[in-house]
Design a binder for this molecule. Structure first.
Ligand code: EPZ
Length: 423
C-alpha cells in the first residue's frame, strides 16, 4: 500500500509503447483455483504483480499451500497438497471482493468453509445472495450469523442445473470452483460470458477438469475425479488496455499496446471509432491514434459482457469531459459507480449525476487540481483527467489504483506522459 500521490503535468500528447499487464480479474480466480490442485504444482504466468494477487497468495498460504513468485512477480507456482484450514478471517476477506471465491474452492477441497463477507471497491451493495442460493441448490448447508458464513457439505455435492438471476461473474466462477471436482454434471444457465470466465475454464481444464461452454450463457461442468498441477498463461487485462485507449482518445497521440487482445474489446473499439479514434490490430498488439478533441458519443450504457464494461466507464467518462459535445453515461451494473464524477469536476469537468445517469458536457480543456481516487477504476479516471488537464494534478488514494494497475505511472511514462509517483 502506498501513502504517496501521483503528480501529473498534463496536456501532453501520448506517444510510445507499453505492454498490457496480465488480467487481474482472471488471475485472482485462477490463483484461487490452485487450491483444488491435490497433486503437483500449478504454475501461472503473465500474472499481474498487484496487492490483490499478493493477498490471494497470502490466503492460500494461511490455508497450508506454498506459493512461490519469480523475481519479477509475474509467475507464481502453487503447491496445495497439504491444505489444513477451512476458515478465513474477516480481515483477509475484507481486503478484496474475489476472496468470496474461496467459498467454492474451500468447500470443494475440504467440505467446509467458514468466512466473512468479501470487501472490494465500494461501487454498490454487491450482495452475494446468488452465490449462496446456487450453493444451497448444489447441496451446501449454509448458516449466516454475526457477519460470518458457515458452509458445510454434509451429504456431498448434488450436481444439478443452476439458473442465475443475472449473469454474475463472481457467482459463475464460484460455482465452477465448487463443482469442477465432483461426481456428476452441473449446468449453469444465464452464466456470465466474460473472457475471464473462459480463462478460468481453460485453466481448470488444464488441471484435468471437464468444463465446456464458457463464453456462452450455458456452462456444463462434468465433475472430474482429481485436479493436478498444470502450467497456464493468464490473459491480457482488457480493462488496463481500455484505460490506455481512453487516455489516447483524451490526450491525442499514437500508442502501441503490446499484448492487447482485440477480440475482448469489440464494443469499446467501436465506441472509440465513433469518438474519432483510429484503432488498428497489428501483430503483437494494437495501435491507437488520435488527433484533435474526441467526438462525444450520445449514450454509453454499461451492460454485461459483451456489452460495454462497467469497469471501463470511469476512464471513458474522463475522455468524454474534453469531447466535442455531450455524452450520457448510464450505469446499469453497479449503483454507486460515479464517485469519480465529483473528483473530475474539481478539474473543471462539467458533469451532472442523476441516480444511474451522468451527463458529461465536453469542454475544451480541464485544469490541474488535487483529486482523490475513491475506487480502483475511478482512480484510473483521475489519472486520465490529470493527463489531459493543463498544469499539475495530484492524485491521492493511490492504493486503490494499485489494486488493479501494476504500475500506472511506469506505463503512462512509457507512453510519453509526465507522471511521477511521489512518496
Ligand atoms: C466482477 O465483480 C469484477 N471483479 C468487477 O471488477 C466487475 O466490475 C464486475 O465483475 C462486473 O463485470 C472481479 O472479477 C474480482 P458481478 P463481481 O457478480 O463478480 C449483482 C474491478 O474494478 N449481484 O458480476 O462482484 C451485483 O451487485 C472490479 O476490477 C447480486 O445482486 O460482479 C452487480 O449489480 C470492480 N447478487 C451485478 O450482480 C450476487 O450474488 C454484477 O455483479 C452477485 C452479484
Amino acid at each position: 500500500m502506498t501513502d504517496g500521490y501521483l503528480s501529473i503535468n498534463g496536456r501532453r500528447r501520448l506517444s510510445g509503447e507499453t505492454r498490457v499487464q496480465g488480467c487481474k480479474n482472471a488471475a485472482l480466480p485462477c490463483l484461487t483455483a490452485c487450491l483444488l490442485c491435490e497433486r503437483g504444482e500449478a504454475c501461472l504466468s503473465n500474472c499481474p504483480y498487484l496487492t490483490d494477487v499478493e493477498n490471494t497468495a497470502e490466503i492460500l498460504e494461511r490455508l497450508g499451500a506454498v506459493c512461490r513468485f519469480d523475481e519479477g512477480g509475474h509467475a507464481v507456482s502453487v503447491r496445495a497438497e497439504n491444505v489444513f484450514g477451512s476458515a478465513i478471517d474477516n480481515e483477509m476477506m475484507n481486503r478484496m471482493r474475489s476472496s468470496v471465491l474461496f467459498m467454492g474452492a474451500l468447500l470443494s477441497r475440504t467440505g467446509e468453509a467458514d468466512l466473512g463477507y468479501p470487501g472490494g471497491c465500494e461501487i454498490g451493495a454487491r450482495p452475494i445472495d446468488m452465490h449462496i442460493r446456487a450453493f444451497r441448490e448444489l447441496g451446501v448447508d449454509i448458516d449466516e450469523e454475526g457477519g460470518m458464513i458457515r458452509c458445510r457439505l454434509r451429504s456431498g455435492l448434488k450436481p444439478c442445473q443452476v439458473s442465475l438471476l443475472c449473469p454474475s461473474v463472481g457467482a459463475t466462477e464460484n460455482i465452477m470452483l465448487l463443482t469442477a471436482k465432483s461426481e456428476g454434471r452441473t449446468v449453469i444457465r444465464n452464466a456470465a460470458r466474460e473472457p475471464e470466465i473462459v480463462d478460468l475454464q481453460n485453466f481448470l481444464n488444464a488441471m484435468g477438469a471437464d468444463i465446456r461452454g464458457a463464453g456462452s450463457d450455458v456452462i456444463v461442468i462434468n465433475g472430474a475425479k482429481e485436479l493436478r498441477g498444470a502450467d497456464y498463461g493468464i490473459m491480457p487485462d482488457r480493462i488496463a488496455a481500455l484505460t490506455y485507449m481512453a487516455a489516447a482518445a483524451a490526450c491525442g497521440g499514437k500508442i502501441f499496446l503490446r499484448g492487447a487482445n482485440p477480440e475482448h474489446l469489440a464494443v469499446c473499439v467501436s465506441v472509440l471509432r465513433d469518438m474519432g479514434v483510429s484503432v488498428k490490430r497489428v501483430s503483437g498488439g494494437m495501435i491507437v491514434s488520435m488527433s484533435g478533441r474526441p467526438n462525444a458519443v450520445n449514450t454509453i450504457k454499461t451492460l454485461y459482457y459483451p456489452g460495454f464494461p462497467t469497469d471501463a466507464q470511469p476512464a471513458f467518462m474522463a475522455a468524454a469531459t474534453v469531447a466535442k459535445g455531450t455524452t450520457v453515461f448510464v450505469e446499469s451494473i453497479f449503483e454507486n459507480r460515479f464517485r469519480h464524477a465529483p473528483e473530475l469536476k474539481k478539474l473543471g469537468a462539467d458533469i451532472d449525476v442523476n441516480m444511474c445517469q451522468a451527463t458529461v458536457r465536453g469542454k475544451e480543456s480541464l485544469s490541474g487540481a488535487d483529486v482523490r481516487a475513491c475506487d480502483l477504476r475511478g482512480g484510473a479516471a483521475m489519472v486520465i483527467g490529470g493527463l489531459v488537464a493543463d498544469g499539475t494534478t495530484r492524485v491521492y488514494g493511490v492504493s486503490h489504483i494499485e489494486r488493479g494497475y501494476e504500475n500506472i505511472s511506469r506505463d503512462f511514462s512509457n507512453l510519453g506522459a509526465d507522471i511521477r509517483m511521489i512518496y
